[in-house]
Design a binder for this molecule. Structure first.
Ligand code: SF4
Ligand code: SF4
Length: 218
């Protein structure tokens, strides 16, 4: 799922403080599961923003709405934002963009979109994918070097690994993890095979994708 987190209150207030009636719109899918964009988080944000706005002398009225998914027009059509002069989205970047494309009023992001990740436990996620459009997980036993290696190295590890830990933080070295997993699967001979550079233009070109226009190459 897409993992998001709320921006600092001051940053949000800087965007919406100039308006008088602002509708907060939550998203009941990834953002809600991330504990950043569901009904509870919308309610909490309204309280925090109201308090912060009154402290700064702003007169802003906030109200709430929840969409099942902000990234699909059929759900957005149900939103009635008449009477409001701005929308504050508690969705991921795709949700903000979809709302903004369908509105004649400004749409602001209340959240930062972090990564595509997997759940690790309550309120904890691991970054797994950066949507590069050219997946190598088959070579790396399901551990993404583009996402999990701090330098995104395709043929690692670099010289900075120490005791299995990355030099750029407190994370484990992704390439040590890839080595261990290859070894546990009896594929250690695959380690060290040079992977060609990715065609990074794929992700840049794929700004739109229509599955119905794809040819059948099976
Ligand atoms: S290689 Fe690309 S598509 Fe595959 S998991 Fe990593 S970022 Fe995602
Ligand atoms: S130590 Fe490992 S994870 Fe860190 S940058 Fe080097 S190869 Fe990547």
């Amino acid at each position: 799922m897409i993992v998001v987190r709320r921006k600092p209150i001051d940053e949000i207030l800087k965007m919406v403080g100039r308006h008088t009636r602002v509708m907060l719109v939550g998203c009941n899918t990834c953002a809600a599961v991330s504990l950043a964009g569901g009904q509870k988080e919308v309610d909490t944000l309204i309280e925090l923003l109201s308090l912060a706005a009154s402290r700064k002398g702003f007169s802003v009225e906030f109200s709430d709405a929840i969409l099942e998914r902000q990234c699909e027009p059929e759900f957005i059509e149900k939103l009635d934002s008449q009477g409001y002069d701005a929308i504050l989205s508690l969705g991921c970047g795709a949700g903000v963009a979809t709302l903004a494309g369908d509105n004649d009023k400004p749409v602001y992001p209340a959240l930062d979109t972090l990564f595509i990740g997997s759940a690790q436990g309550f309120a904890s996620w691991q970054a797994e994918c950066s949507a590069c459009g050219s997946c190598v997980l088959g070579e790396t036993c399901g551990i993404c070097p583009t996402t999990r290696c701090a330098k995104g190295i395709l043929n690692g590890p670099c010289g900075g690994v120490k005791d299995g830990t990355c030099e750029l933080g407190d994370r484990p070295c992704a390439w040590v993890e890839i080595y261990d997993r290859l070894e546990s699967l009896g594929r250690i001979d695959d380690f060290g095979k040079t992977m060609p550079a990715k065609d990074n233009s794929i992700s840049a070109r794929c700004c739109e994708w229509d599955m119905t226009k794809e040819g059948d190459d099976s």
